[in-house]
Write a protein that binds this ligand. Structure first.
Ligand code: FAD
Length: 421
């Protein structure tokens, strides 16, 4: 069986490693001419780390990232709303890792090139269109000189991100990306982590917030690479459909509104002043679609379900998708059946997470708190720990990160599984 993958991001490369694990031929086509270390911090939840460990990437994660220990939510700085342990500290069998996206991406690439050979990932190959046939699929690509070429395969996987060309052909009716109204300014600063822990810290409310977490172990000075996001709702975000993860920005665009955000234990203006670079990204997602498959073509990762990042789950879900699709190919007798099996397992629950994240995901607890304050309650009275615990538990169940369910689940792909010759 020959598998073609459009997009060499986190989903596409994880899928290539999965194909290799189970003995499938795979070729990845990536639009970029060169795969570089791009982006800033991301979190890999235990459901994704479980899969990465099974792919033999535990040492890579330990070398480039840190185990997140705590998730801490503060209402505009002063008022603790909720803190909870994360990863193994919370009793999961696997850690939650905070990593630099670019470094993680390069580790995946190195693993693919080492295990499958350098030729497995063809760069400067932008997916253009596909044609389904009775017993195969043809994918057409274009390079930066405008030259086109095609490849035949048994399956085409669209892992080409939020602006997926595969999805565009599958869903020509889809509208532009959906803008939440928020813009995220993202950066990394050399800084001592707040709360003196590997904490994911959220400060603020619905309209304005600052989030930060370390993505590297502490150095001898007690400092780390502190990933941060400053988020506001400006009236105009520019052209959101051109949303580009690499758009550079200046602190002038937002820092005025954070000028007073020095809470003693967390000094936002100081952290931002030490940024090594700042990038701007409008918070966008895509409307859920009714199917991710068309004949011998399937979507995974952001191409299938780009979501707002409130649950820090986009990259994790992309990894889980890749593994579930691999398992479906092992299980089913034909490619169309495997795609159906994959879709039956994930489409509904993941579309549900996309919609939950439109209501702020786990941070949605703030909606109730702010509504109560607006009706005259004090901040302290508006925060109900029991309600928050139950809200968080429901979100984790929906996002596939509930501890006991995950700890007791059978591996997505049993060790030493392979497709029959
Ligand atoms: C440059 C970049 C920086 C990012 N930075 C962050 C960040 O800092 N924080 C964060 O939370 N998320 C970031 N993301 C998004 C995050 O990586 C994804 O949400 C998540 O990992 C899901 O992975 P994915 O593989 O589905 O999509 P992506 O990681 O977006 O990968 C998609 C891949 O497909 C390639 N591609 C696109 N169109 C085509 C085409 N027509 N043909 C072939 N290849 C194509 C892209 O170049 C990319 O390599 C970034 C994404 C990119 C591409």
């Amino acid at each position: 069986m020959t598998i073609l993958v459009a997009g060499g991001g986190i989903a596409g490369l994880t899928f290539a490693l999965t194909c290799h694990e189970v003995g499938l031929d795979v070729q990845v086509f990536e639009a970029a001419t060169d795969i570089k270390s791009l982006g800033v911090g991301i979190n890999l939840q235990p459901n994704a780390v479980r899969e990465l460990y099974q792919l033999g990437l535990a040492d890579d994660l330990k070398q480039i990232g840190i185990e997140a220990e705590e998730w801490a939510l503060f209402f505009y700085g002063a008022h603790p709303v909720w803190t909870e342990a994360r990863g193994t500290q919370a009793g999961y069998n696997w850690p939650q890792f905070s990593v630099h996206r670019g470094q993680f991406h390069l580790r995946l690439l190195a693993a693919v090139q080492h295990r499958l050979g350098k030729a497995c990932v063809e760069t400067d190959a932008r997916f253009c269109r596909y044609e389904n046939h009775a017993d195969g699929v043809t994918a057409y690509f274009e390079n930066s000189n405008g030259e086109t070429f095609s490849r035949d395969g048994d399956l085409l996987v669209g892992a080409d991100g939020i602006h997926s060309g595969v999805r565009r052909q599958m869903h020509p009716e889809q509208g532009p990306v959906n803008w939440s109204g928020a813009v995220m300014w993202r950066g990394v600063s050399r800084y001592a982590p707040p709360r003196n822990k590997n904490s994911f810290v959220f400060v603020g409310g619905i309209a304005q917030r600052f989030i930060c977490y370390p993505v590297e172990p502490l150095d001898a000075n007690g400092e780390t690479q502190l990933n941060w996001i400053a988020e506001l709702h400006p009236e105009d975000s520019g052209s959101v459909d051109q949303s580009d993860w690499n758009r550079p920005a200046s602190a002038d665009a937002f820092i005025g509104q954070f000028a007073e955000w020095d809470f003693g234990w967390l000094n936002v203006p100081d952290i931002v002043s030490k940024a090594e670079g700042i990038w701007e990204f409008p918070m966008v997602d895509r409307d859920p679609v009714k199917h991710w498959i068309d004949g011998r073509v399937g979507l995974i990762g952001d191409a299938a379900h780009a979501m707002f990042p409130h649950g820090s789950g986009g990259a994790s879900q992309a990894i889980v998708d890749a593994r579930v699709l691999g398992a479906a190919i092992l299980d089913k007798a034909s490619v169309p059946q495997a795609l159906l099996g994959f879709q039956e397992k994930l489409l509904k629950p993941v579309n549900d997470v996309v919609l939950r994240n439109r209501s702020q995901g786990p941070v949605g607890v703030l909606l109730d708190i702010e509504a109560r304050i607006a009706k005259g309650q004090s901040v302290g009275d508006a925060i109900n720990q029991q309600e928050i615990a139950s809200f968080m538990s429901r979100y984790k169940q929906a996002a596939g990160t509930a501890r006991d369910t995950l700890n007791s689940a059978a591996p997505t792909i049993a060790a030493a599984s392979s497709v029959p010759d």
